[in-house]
Ligand binder design. Sequence first.
Ligand code: HEM
Length: 134
Amino acid sequence: MNEIPGETVQEQTFYEQVGGEETFRRLVRRFYEGVAADPLLRPMYPEEDLGPAEERLALFLMQYWGGPRTYSDHRGHPRLRMRHAPFTVDQAAHDAWLRHMRAALDDLGLAPEHERELWRYLTYAAASMVNSAG
Ligand code: HEM
């Protein structure tokens, strides 16, 4: 399969390996269900409707993992730390964010190596977003 001598084997992106758009949309949908019911996180989101925030996070993650570049077409360079600067991301917000992500990730039922890779990234990214002590 795909092993034609002398030709480059096109590797699948992580995005494709885990099931593409549908997988990332399921992850983020489930995550925002958690956010919607969270007394600490919900008030941080400026918009009444969480739908547009859900869309931005889904598009960002899809792009990050090798899917379409729609996020940057709409939003430009991610600059995520800068975009989080208006919000107080302290340890409690970090923990709540990751708790909902963990639940969402568990629901996806990915292969263990994919799950570990995604989780490693999410925990690293969440730690780097903290901008407030306490
Ligand atoms: C650590 C806890 C975090 C908190 C409390 C938090 C909270 C927020 C809030 C309140 C917004 C504004 C909602 C919106 O207008 O989209 C936002 C936006 C966003 N967050 Fe986070 N976030 C956290 C971590 C992360 C991490 C780890 C990532 C990436 C892996 C991420 C990716 C994004 C993206 C892509 C946006 C939309 C940026 C834009 O295009 O405007 N966030 N976040």
